[in-house]
Design a protein around this ligand. Structure first.
Ligand code: ATP
Ligand code: MG
Length: 760
């Protein structure tokens, strides 16, 4: 994947400003300062992309600094995992690896400096007394009775604290600032406390440890950082950050900048809560593929490229917002699509005997879609016994069923058409197998049936375990209304231990590789795999299948019917050429249709490829459809539903004429038209009736459009502000969001114009 564009946001504006004024002598030094008390998660990834990204963009440097000032929760396991995760994400700190604990001695000396300046004192109150004396937002605090201790006494006590002469909780060092400051943090904050604990790096050298607000700014200053970027909740700490650095002989003077943290819907990014999931066994570990940790995402099969693309997409802002999980999945899918060879696996196998297959055959299938320009193929053995997906068979076929049913036919992908002759059942009446016969000519005859299903040879295929994951939490904001554990999605993991994969996969798949299993999603070979016993994780489904519990208010409740992929693969062109060379009527059809204004050569080629389609086209035009529109609908949309011939569609030429007219006359949008078509393919209903029943009539009324724009701007505040700041590539995103919010019934042109008008 190509490197994302140059970042532009309020932080780069600020850095550009500093570079212009020469504030830091042209230097840009950032840092990523994790506390080693947990694994990194997707929120940290945002911070990593930002800090390392800025350093790269400005030719500066980014430090990795472990903020290990708290001895109780930190561990070297975390130190190691954090380094591995950052490297995996694609970033490098070079020689700039630091530990805050290395600065303990210097921090201590800065504390003595504050004491000597009369700006810090040792307090003998208990922590509860300190808290009580701090006052409230509306009332000032009260001074500690120990606030006026002499410098000499403070120094003596502080040195005794260091020497281990005082137990935990007996004494603290506080800054002497202002007990009535409107900022509660400035009311004599804690700087040091006594903790007789063993630190993971300094061992028992220290029994006093500095507090975050004192330590963090000193760490930045020691390392010569220029821009100390942290999340928004630290905004009120900035005053203290500045106070400390302004009152010690700071080696340099960095500045703190806050940005909005990432909050991803249906997940949590609190290390404390993630640790709880691990410790209580709700997940298998920090790298459970359902975890939002970098380790979990990696194990699931998410690539660093997609995480970086996601961080780039969500951008950097000054206001917190909830990011849809779909956005993340969109980035994952786009990346995996390019790197995942296609193969077949059957997750829930139903045995099928092809009774007419006399001997085994060797078939082939492409590893990549035709438009990828990659030719690689794999061998697919066909044997008398195969398995198909249980859900691809229905004893009683519902209306519009395109898969297998008793007496029905279906094509085995890359193979023959088979007919189901017999259904085998056990004593309880459950279907345990099928007997089918195949049409031996159907690989070459070009005969078509409505459905194609994936399958695997039961004799040559190999068993594998497949793990299907869903959102770890069933609500957008886990823990918002109750204990977060109660929001866990009990169906977040589904195991398919009896899955069968095709031999090519069994021979080639190795840990760390990505595949697309036809129709089932993108999969990644898990580390649990052993020789001969592969385990696959589903990284992401092929399309968005998650239904949000609440339907966004105004859009109509409707189950979306997705169009299948187009059937008019380019390779069929040769077939059509051959048909025309043997049939003067088709050849004349090509000439005639190509001559129509607004019809593309490839559409004319498709329409004149066989007699049925040509006749369908002529009938639709005769029924009042504009030829250019009918041609587009037929070649680009209707073709998706044609497996055998147009004559097997559930609707006729008149309906397509009617559909084309509805769109051309502005009654419905083109997007809605596609949905209507999907319904027609399913039910055979009249397009006009579908439009009425589904309420798809076009919204072009300016009031309604304005409302729609209000809504999508409100739903995506962050993106809206970026759009308004000139990030034009988000225009398409908003038009799309508006179309979705209107259930596809908005006039896209009017919507786009209304959005542009808002930008002034
Ligand atoms: P927790 O709140 O779970 O303890 P943390 O923020 O304290 O997490 P740190 O290890 O201190 O975790 O974080 C390291 C850096 O990552 C900090 O600069 C922090 O601001 C940033 N960060 C943490 N969570 C997020 C998030 N959700 N989005 C963006 N940045 C984050
Ligand atoms: Mg922290």
């Amino acid at each position: 994947m190509s490197k994302p564009d140059r970042m532009t946001n309020f932080i780069t504006d600020r850095i550009d400003g500093d570079l212009k004024t020469g504030k830091y002598g042209g230097r840009v030094v950032t840092r990523f300062p994790p506390e080693p008390n947990g694994y990194l998660h997707i929120g940290h990834a945002k911070s990593i992309c930002l800090n390392f990204g800025l350093a790269a963009q400005y030719g500066g440097r980014c430090h990795l600094r472990f903020d290990d000032t708290n001895p109780t929760t930190e561990d070297t396991e975390y130190v190691e995992s954090i380094q591995r995760d950052i490297r995996w994400l694609g970033f490098d700190w070079g020689e700039h690896l630091y530990f805050a604990s290395d600065y303990f001695e210097r921090m201590y000396l800065f504390a003595e400096e504050l004491i000597e300046k009369g700006l810090a004192y040792v307090d003998s109150q208990t922590l509860d007394e300190v808290r009580a004396g701090r006052g409230t937002v509306t009332e000032p605090g009260t001074a500690s009775p120990y606030r006026e201790r002499s410098v000499a006494e403070n120094l003596r006590l502080f040195r005794e604290m260091r020497a281990g002469e005082h137990p935990d909780g007996s004494l603290i060092l506080r800054a002497k600032i202002d007990m009535s400051s409107p900022n509660m943090l400035m009311r004599d904050p804690l700087l040091y406390r006594v903790r007789h604990e063993t630190h993971h790096r300094t061992g028992d050298d220290w029994c006093i440890y500095p507090m975050y607000d004192f330590a963090h700014c000193i760490e930045d200053a020691i390392e010569d950082c220029t821009h100390s970027i942290c999340t928004l909740e630290f905004e009120i700490n900035r005053e203290l950050y500045d106070w400390v650095l302004d009152n010690i002989s700071a080696p340099s003077r960095p500045e703190q900048i806050e940005f909005a943290r990432l909050t991803l819907a249906n997940t949590i990014t609190s290390k404390r809560k993630l640790l709880k999931l691990v410790e209580d066994g709700h997940v298998s570990g920090w790298d459970d593929p359902r975890m939002p940790t970098v380790a979990g995402l990696r194990r699931r099969g998410v690539t660093p490229e997609s995480i970086r693309a996601f961080c780039d997409m969500i951008g950097v802002a000054k206001a917190n917002s909830l990011v849809d999980f779909e956005k993340f999945e969109f980035c994952v899918r786009s990346d995996l699509n390019e790197r995942s060879p296609r193969a077949m696996a059957v997750l829930d196998p139903l045995p099928v005997e092809i009774t007419t297959l006399e001997r085994d055959e060797s078939l082939t299938g492409p590893l990549w879609p035709p438009d990828f320009g990659r030719d690689a193929e794999r061998e697919i053995p066909l044997t008398r016994h195969v398995v198909i997906e249980r859900e691809d068979f229905a004893e009683e076929a519902p209306k519009g069923w395109r898969r297998l049913s008793p007496g029905g036919e279906v094509r085995l992908r890359h193979g023959y058409i088979v007919r189901c002759d017999e259904v085998l059942k056990d004593d309880s009446g459950a279907v345990v197998g099928l007997k089918c016969s195949h049409d031996p000519d159907s690989r070459t005859s070009g005969r078509k049936v409505r459905g194609t299903i994936q399958w695997v040879s039961a004799e040559r295929g190999v068993n594998a375990e497949v793990r299907l994951f869903d959102r770890l939490f069933s609500v957008e904001k886990p823990g918002a209304d109750r204990e977060f554990l109660e929001d866990l999605n009990s169906e977040s993991l589904v195991l398919r231990k009896a899955a069968m994969i095709e031999p090519w996969l069994a021979d080639n798949a190795a840990a760390g590789q990505h595949y697309q299993f036809v129709r089932n999603g993108f999969f990644f070979v898990d580390d649990d795999s052993t020789e001969g016993a592969l385990v696959f994780n589903r990284t992401v489904t092929l399309r968005d299948s998650w239904t949000k519990p609440e339907v966004p208010a105004p859009s109509r409740k409707r189950t979306k019917t997705k169009a299948p992929t187009p059937a008019s693969a380019p390779s069929r062109t040769g077939e059509r050429d051959r048909a025309r060379s043997g049939d003067p009527e088709l050849a004349a059809g090509l000439a005639r249709i190509s001559a129509i204004d607004g019809v593309s050569a490839s559409d004319a080629d498709y329409i004149s490829g066989d007699r049925e389609t040509l006749q369908f086209f002529d009938e639709a035009c005769a029924a009042g459809g504009a030829p250019a529109s009918v041609a587009k609908w037929l070649a680009n949309e209707v073709s998706r539903y044609v497996d055998d011939s147009v004559s097997s569609l559930r609707f006729g030429a008149r309906s397509i004429a009617a559909l084309a007219c509805l769109v051309d006359d502005g009654e419905i949008s083109a997007t809605a038209g596609k949905e209507v078509l999907a319904r027609m393919a399913e039910t055979g209903s009249d397009p006009g009736d579908i439009v009425e029943a589904e309420g798809l009539r076009l919204i072009a009324d300016s009031g309604a459009i304005e409302e729609l724009v209000d809504r999508v701007f409100a739903d995506h505040e962050l993106e809206a502000s970026r759009l308004k700041e000139g990030e034009k590539r988000l225009l398409g995103f908003f038009v799309g969001a508006g179309m979705r919010a209107s259930g596809g019934s908005a006039d896209a042109g009017a919507l786009r114009a209304a959005i542009l008008a808002r930008l002034g």
